[in-house]
Ligand binder design. Structure first.
Ligand SMILES: O=C(CO)[C@@H](O)[C@H](O)[C@H](O)[C@H](O)COP(=O)(O)O
Ligand SMILES: [Zn+2]
Length: 196
């Protein structure tokens, strides 16, 4: 019974967060604006870079895969890189400069003005993501934050901020990947209208 309560409680909190997201006009606008900025960057020869820790690292990789491979349309690959995958780079930077630099240094090395960087942190306080957003801004990238209600303080660092309406990491991640799927669909529609 305790196990069942745990499961049903989790489902209920998920459903309530999705409902809050659906009713959140600012969130829906943020999703549309993020898709528009990514499409504009890719159209102009830019690329998308993403980073996060733990489950959000998996989300960064998931989103890059949707664009480089395909989301729903059979079309040309779109340039997207998750900065979470190269263990040589991550261990070298982590070992030589510190873990808080693992994304920031990649942003400075790989980012070009007009690219888009998405930093994903459910708390809004992971130093490696915050430093990468600072580096992206200094390097002339479009800065996008994915966070939850605890992460609103990221706003000054972000051109666009997606705030999932929850303070629970796992639930925030679920809203993030739902929003990311919507963004991938919008980017495909914008860039490949004839494929519809
Ligand atoms: O996936 C989960 C929890 O659902 C964890 O791996 C979680 O991502 C990790 O604890 C992260 O280190 C949390 O970092 P952040 O979202 O606060 O930046
Ligand atoms: Zn998780």
């Amino acid at each position: 019974m305790i196990v069942e309560d745990e499961i049903l409680g989790y489902f209920r909190r998920s459903r309530e967060a999705v409902q809050r997201a659906e009713d959140d006009t600012a969130l829906v606008h943020a999703i549309a604006s993020i898709a528009q900025r990514i499409a504009a960057s890719l159209q102009g020869g830019g690329k998308l870079m993403l980073a996060g820790n733990g489950g959000s690292a998996a989300d960064a990789q998931h989103i890059a895969a949707e664009l480089l491979s395909r989301f729903k349309l059979d079309r040309n690959p779109l340039p997207a890189i998750a900065l979470t995958t190269d263990t040589s780079v991550l261990t070298a930077i982590g070992n030589d400069y510190g873990y808080e630099h693992v994304f920031e240094r990649q942003v400075r090395g790989l980012g070009r003005p007009g690219d888009v960087f998405i930093g994903i942190t459910t708390s809004g306080s992971s130093p490696n993501v915050v430093m990468a957003l600072e580096a992206a801004r200094e390097s002339g990238l479009v800065t996008v934050g994915f966070t939850g209600t605890r992460g609103r303080a990221m706003q000054p660092l972000c051109d666009l901020l997606l705030v999932a309406p929850s303070d629970e990491t796992a639930i925030i991640q679920q809203i993030h990947i739902t929003a990311a799927h919507a963004i991938c669909g919008l980017v495909e529609h914008e860039l490949f209208p004839k494929k519809l």
